[in-house]
Ligand binder design. Structure first.
Ligand code: AHR
Length: 491
């Protein structure tokens, strides 16, 4: 029997709801088709936004949505996406698939989407190919209440009052698609661009600087050295590529070796978080600058027959575990990790939702977000789970069990546990120090490793009520099945 120990007296950091954030880019069928179908579509919509998708995202309590990119952000000129739709520029989306971008989804539509979702907008500005003036005017257009050219333009476009926008990113991947800059050069560009992103009235921007890719510690060092005092957060991008960047492998039909490699690569994010934070702390002794995991998730080969520039992939139990592990790690680092955005919300990479015409399916990853949502705004508790190293290759062994635990305002203890083994279930003795148990509700997502939902079989992988537990005088004992994500709420 393995022990899970939870100490209700050892309260740690608050788990910011924004850790459960999402990312939407003008890429493939994410925005167009996946979210925005236009007011005249046969697909039920409110002001052009798909009702089914909006409702599903509200159910998981989406807290924040990042837009318009990604690499698209540093090619996006926001003025192309405002005003009467018939006058908006039609252009090529050079980065993603070379398709026509008609700019019918722009600033007003994005804010309307966030209004329907009841989530915070996170807007990513253009440093790579945009001007300081352009970025400055976007902030003015969004948030200035008074007499100014941009406030006037916004009024002409039907929005008299400014919006509230907190999260503002100054460039994306500026070490690569965002301009191929060096860290010092970007650090100075960041300082300059952010100077003109003003706080108007009550609106206080939370300024986000472009951080490193994976283990590019040189980038973190260079940017922090130059610009630490001017930012609220630095980002980290880390994807799980099982076979590496050049040989990612298929999203479905993978073997056991690939399963454990995927788990191992996912777990590596914890080292990256620790190492980048160590560097940040050297230039930010008060630990004022937050770390945002701006893009994360599994990235595989596109589905056969689909546009390679659209990054459309299926989503299996492997993705459920990737989500569970990442979210547990973010919870455990919630003292510094204040936001994380899964890439991407619909139809791109590790999506929570896939669509096909008017049909929509929820992926295993969606169900994990639904099971984990109770951690949002709860307080992390000290916890520990006994584990052993498992796997089919010596060099790619992983711990079999992975957990995080929090306590919410009502005193409910939320336990999320992942079983990374594809063959073995485990008996667990749950010890919850000083918790009188009045009620327990638990949900499990389990299936064989490659299982996924399709439009023909949308509920093959779905959560079920979990009853395989017994309340004891120390806590509760339970058996976690192989290949599963389990969430337990103890009242
Ligand atoms: O999410 C897909 C792409 O991955 C994003 O546009 C970019 O920021 C990253 O390289």
């Amino acid at each position: 029997m393995k022990k899970l120990v939870v100490n209700t007296h050892d309260k740690k950091s608050k788990i910011n709801k924004e850790i459960y954030g999402h990312f939407s880019e003008h890429l493939g069928r994410c925005i167009y088709e996946g979210i925005y179908v236009g007011e005249n579509s046969k697909i039920p919509n409110v002001n052009g936004m798909r009702t089914d998708v909006v409702e599903a995202l509200r159910e998981i309590k989406i807290p924040v949505l990042r837009w318009p990119g990604g690499c698209f952000a540093d090619e996006y000129h926001w003025k192309d996406g405002i005003g009467p739709k018939e006058n908006r520029k039609r252009m090529v989306n050079t980065h993603w698939g070379g398709v026509v971008e008609d700019n019918s989804f722009g600033t007003h539509e994005f804010i309307e989407l966030c209004r329907q979702l009841e989530c915070e907008p996170y807007i990513n500005g253009n440093v790579g190919s945009g001007t300081v003036q352009e970025m400055s005017e976007w902030v003015e257009y969004l948030t200035f209440d008074g007499i100014s050219p941009m406030a006037e333009l916004r009024k002409q476009n039907g929005q008299a009052k400014p919006w509230k926008v907190k999260y503002f990113g100054v460039g994306n991947e500026n070490w690569g698609c965002g301009g191929n800059m060096t860290p010092e050069f970007y650090g100075n560009m960041y300082r300059r661009y952010q100077t003109y992103c003003r706080n108007y009235g009550e609106n206080k921007l939370y300024k986000i600087a472009c951080g490193p890719n994976v283990d590019d510690y040189n980038w973190t060092e260079g940017v922090m050295k130059v610009a630490a005092n001017f930012m609220d957060a630095l980002t980290l991008h880390y994807y799980t590529h099982p076979g590496g960047w050049l040989n990612k492998g298929p999203a479905t039909g993978f073997d056991e070796k690939t399963w454990y490699i995927s788990m191992k690569k996912t777990l590596e994010i914890e080292n990256l978080i620790n190492n980048h934070i160590d560097i940040m702390n050297r230039y930010d002794r008060e630990k004022r600058v937050d770390l945002i995991i701006d893009e994360w998730g599994g990235w595989y080969d596109v589905e056969p027959g689909t546009n390679p520039g659209f990054l459309y992939q299926q989503n299996t139990m492997r993705d459920a575990l990737i989500a569970g592990i990442n979210l547990n790690i973010f919870n455990k680092h919630s003292d510094r990790v204040k936001m994380a955005n899964l890439a991407q919300v619909v139809n791109v990479l590790q999506s929570v939702i896939l669509t096909e015409g008017e049909k929509m399916i929820l992926t295993p990853t969606y169900h994990v977000f639904n099971m984990y949502k109770y951690h949002q705004e709860a307080t992390l508790l000290e916890s520990y789970i006994e584990n052993e190293m498992i796997g089919v290759e010596e060099e790619n062994k992983v711990p079999n069990l992975h957990e995080s635990v929090s306590i919410d305002k009502e005193g409910r203890v939320i336990i999320t546990v992942n079983n990374l083994s594809i063959t073995d279930s485990y008996d667990i003795e749950g010890i919850i120090v000083d918790k009188e148990i009045k009620a327990v509700s638990a949900t499990i997502l389990t299936n064989e490793m490659g299982a996924y939902n399709t439009f023909a079989e949308p509920d093959k992988v779905k959560p079920e009520e979990f009853n395989d537990y017994k309340v004891t005088d120390k806590g509760l004992n339970f058996t976690i099945p192989a290949c599963s994500v389990l969430s337990i709420i103890v009242e």
